[in-house]
Ligand binder design. Structure first.
Ligand SMILES: [Zn+2]
Ligand SMILES: [Zn+2]
Length: 408
């Protein structure tokens, strides 16, 4: 049993936004297309304060404010889609591991915001140039906005799309450009053909909701690297590093998905290290070998290490074998001590960054349709979307939740 978490209030949350780490995140999001980002912000403000959206139909969206306060709000529904766009209705929306620290007010992401960025949705309407999806289709909505046409999109770097400002995402409010949240009645998708992926037959929407982010985020730690590692040694041991403190603010769904994906792609020996006993028990049930991070000091280093919770990059790197690869979700708002000398001597490759979710979705869905990957084994709560405020508050503060999926 993990102890309950305590959210920061307004004052501590906003004081945190003034810290240097928060400022550098803000700088990164304004390094290109700052004008467009400010335009989206002012349009949102105009909708709310001057009734700019007075003539638009209303919908409900879940608003998250400091103090882990969640409530449904009546807001303007998105306007009709542009020629390339679509309007969708989320039918299964899930929590991302990042939502918990965001809700606790412990990240550089400013509250309040419209929460949620992982969902399967039903298409309500499409623009006249959209050809791959139609109204009533069920689709997975990637959390990153991408156009499919620019050079990064065509190269598969869909998280770096040049047609929208940097870090354009659902569910992160002003920090990500005000694209709305998945815990709502409607969501606007600006590039429907490029972004939306039809839900394969036979896959439950609740099982696929997290493919919109966390499952693909897990895949990028393993998919690009494991084949070469197993080609060198079919019995290679893989390490997934989750939390090193029992008080970690991140929920562990991505940690567990990473282990599932390593096994689905052929790793025979997958170790998952996490300081939380409940996470280790869950990992064992899913066929992994669970370790406490303290036990890693006594083990030989691993040729592939996935530092999923970005809890201790230094530990992840010191666990990486000579000529091995360490894939890290990055420090986000934390600082890391990097053992450069050891990395130099061992010839370690470190990869830090975000997922390119849209590009990876087909590979992940292929594993799911073949029955090799079952993300639903990670889910701990399924509840009606209607109950979102109470169910999610418990998810964020309760301390033992892994993944909550809300269905409509
Ligand atoms: Zn996320
Ligand atoms: Zn693009």
């Amino acid at each position: 049993m993990t102890s309950r978490r305590h959210p920061r209030g307004w004052l501590r949350h906003y004081a945190g936004l003034l810290m240097p780490d928060a400022a550098s995140a803000t700088r990164a999001s304004f390094e290109r297309d700052a004008g467009e980002r400010l335009q989206r912000l002012s349009a949102t403000v105009a909708d709310r304060t001057w009734g700019g959206a007075r003539n638009r139909p209303r919908m409900r969206a879940l608003t998250a404010a400091p103090g882990a306060r969640l409530r449904w709000r009546e807001v303007a529904a998105p306007p009709p889609p542009g020629p390339l766009g679509a309007i969708v209705r989320p039918i299964a929306a899930s929590t991302c591991d990042m939502d918990c620290p965001v809700m606790l007010g412990a990240t550089p992401i400013a509250l309040p915001l419209h929460l949620g960025h992982e969902c399967v949705a039903e298409v309500l309407s499409v623009g006249e140039q959209v050809s791959t999806v139609r109204p009533s289709d069920r689709v997975i909505v990637p959390f990153q906005i991408n156009c499919g046409e620019c050079a990064p999109c065509r190269a598969g770097h869909t998280g770096s799309c040049m047609s929208v400002p940097p870090l354009s995402m659902y569910g992160f409010g002003v920090a990500a450009g005000h694209w709305g949240g998945a815990f709502s009645e409607q969501l606007a998708v600006p590039y429907a053909d490029a972004m939306l992926v039809p839900l394969p037959d036979g896959i439950d929407p609740a099982a696929a909701a997290s493919v919109a982010d966390n499952v693909c985020d897990a895949y990028r730690h393993i998919g690009p690297h494991l084949p070469a590692v197993l080609a060198d040694d079919p019995d290679a041991e893989i390490l997934i590093l989750g939390a090193v403190s029992r008080r970690s603010l991140f929920t562990p769904s991505c940690t567990l998905y990473t282990g599932l994906i390593a096994r689905a792609l052929g790793a025979r020996q997958v170790y998952l290290a996490d300081s939380r006993a409940g996470v280790r028990a869950h990992a064992e049930r899913l066929g992994m070998d669970a370790l406490h991070p303290n036990q890693l000091r006594r083990r030989a280093p691993f040729p592939l290490v996935a530092d999923v919770s970005a809890a201790s990059l230094g530990l992840a790197l010191s666990c990486t074998a000579p000529d091995g690869i360490c894939s890290s979700s990055g420090g986000l708002h934390r600082r890391a001590r990097i053992p450069f000398v050891q990395m130099y001597i061992r010839n370690v490759t470190l990869h830090v960054g975000r997922t390119h979710v849209r590009a990876l979705m087909p590979e992940v869905l292929d594993l799911m349709t073949r029955g090799a990957l079952r993300p639903e084994t990670v889910t701990t709560t399924i509840a009606p979307l209607e109950d979102a405020p109470a169910v999610l508050r418990e998810h964020f503060l309760g301390g033992d939740s892994v993944k909550t999926v809300l269905t409509a």
